[in-house]
Design a protein around this ligand. Structure first.
Ligand code: GRF
Length: 197
């Protein structure tokens, strides 16, 4: 049985591309939708070029009405009948009610070694803290932000002269290795921790 994977993005979608490119051949999953909260997200063009169905629900008209936005987001998402959902550079915080509908079936990649540095500006915070190792984490999405069971982590060295930009540039390629590897394991029924460096 081929699992259907919906990928949610907000921007360039480099993680979405890595995930989509990995789901080929004997991989037990295929992308069924790329969905964005920004109709202008360049990742949508990349998805279309790869022949993947796309949809966009602009979050801005909903203002602070988070539940209303999520109700609109849910329509194309459920229409795609995903077995798994991968948040990939998706920059909207989802309500516990939304997440609860996909408990155990929603993954996210976060650019820090969780549980350190939940939230934003992760690389700057790691540098500020004087960390010598940084990286990224793939985890199950739960009601609490950046807090679910960890499925994979990738480690990179922090250099003394690093800026947030140079560290991000070192972490991003590791995201593109880690996320596809974790997704394949989850699609095969393996949720054991994967660590790469
Ligand atoms: C990445 O650093 C990812 O960890 C974070 O968003 C950034 C951009 O991701 N969540 P992408 O290029 O849009 O996949």
């Amino acid at each position: 049985m081929i699992l259907r994977v919906a990928i949610l993005i907000s921007g360039s979608g480099s993680n979405m591309v890595a995930l989509a490119q990995s789901m080929r051949g004997d991989h037990p999953a295929r992308p069924c939708l790329v969905l964005s909260n920004d109709p202008a997200a360049s990742g949508l063009d990349k998805a279309r070029d790869m022949g993947i169905a796309t949809a966009a629900v602009d979050h801005r008209p909903y203002g602070l009405e988070r539940a209303a936005f999520e109700a609109a987001l849910l329509r194309p998402l459920l229409d795609a009948q995903p077995d798994l959902i991968a948040l990939a550079g998706f920059m909207r915080v989802l309500t516990p009610e939304f997440v609860a509908q996909f408990e155990g079936r929603m993954l996210n990649i976060h650019p820090s070694l969780l549980p350190k540095y939940k939230g934003l500006n992760t690389h700057a915070r790691a540098i500020e803290a004087g960390d010598t190792v940084a990286g990224c984490t793939v985890h199950e999405v739960t009601a609490a932000l950046d807090d679910g069971p960890i499925l994979g982590q990738a480690h990179v060295p922090v250099h003394p002269d690093d800026t947030a930009q140079t560290l991000a540039a070192r972490v991003l390629p590791m995201e593109h290795r880690l996320y596809p590897a974790v997704l394949r394991r989850v699609a095969m029924g393996d949720r054991s921790l994967l660590t790469i460096s």
